[in-house]
Design a protein around this ligand. Structure first.
Ligand code: FES
Length: 169
């Protein structure tokens, strides 16, 4: 008959090792929690905001008066690993020689990208049927607010949009 193998009784060195590992584990957990909590807390308190940056969307002569076209640009704070997702878009309308209006492509319901229908002169959201008039007001469907707008300026023959964090407040 073979006798069962029993672990050796824990000595004072085992207790010290366990205690050290427990403290190390608690410290590592505290560091990990701080790495997540500090940026989240700053964001929630509104202390950490993406910068607002003017982005070039094209030359002035590339836009026809009365037309609404989609333009794309880098978001205000692209991260090194975001790749193509760092690009966002707006619907840009040239009102006259110097005046432009830029609408966010993001529906104010749940953020789906809206499409501009030139013939109907409406923005349509494919997700839940939201419809916006040409000035961005809600025409029908679930969106609670008009389309957000970006400030636009023309400088030295170039059209620029003032980027904003999404959703635009
Ligand atoms: S996301 Fe546009 S209607 Fe719901």
């Amino acid at each position: 008959m073979i006798a069962p193998v029993r672990p050796a009784p824990a000595g004072p060195e085992d207790g010290a090792r366990r205690s050290f590992l427990a403290r190390l584990s608690i410290a590592a957990g505290a560091v990990a929690a701080a790495l997540v909590a500090v940026p989240s807390g700053l964001f929630l308190l509104g202390l950490r905001r993406a910068p607002r940056v003017w982005r070039t969307v094209g030359r002035l002569d590339a836009f026809e008066v009365g037309k609404t076209v989609e333009v794309s640009f880098l978001d205000p704070s692209p991260l090194p690993w975001t790749g193509v997702t760092a690009r966002t878009a707006a619907w840009l309308r040239r009102v006259d020689d110097q005046e432009f209006i830029a609408f966010s492509v993001h529906c104010t319901h749940l953020g789906c990208p809206v499409r501009w229908l030139q013939e109907a002169e409406l923005f349509m959201c494919p997700c839940h049927g939201g419809v916006f008039y040409e000035d961005g007001r809600v025409a029908s469907g679930p969106p609670p607010r008009p389309l957000s707008r970006y400030p636009v300026r023309v400088r030295a023959g170039v059209v620029e949009i003032l980027t904003s964090p999404i959703p635009i407040a």
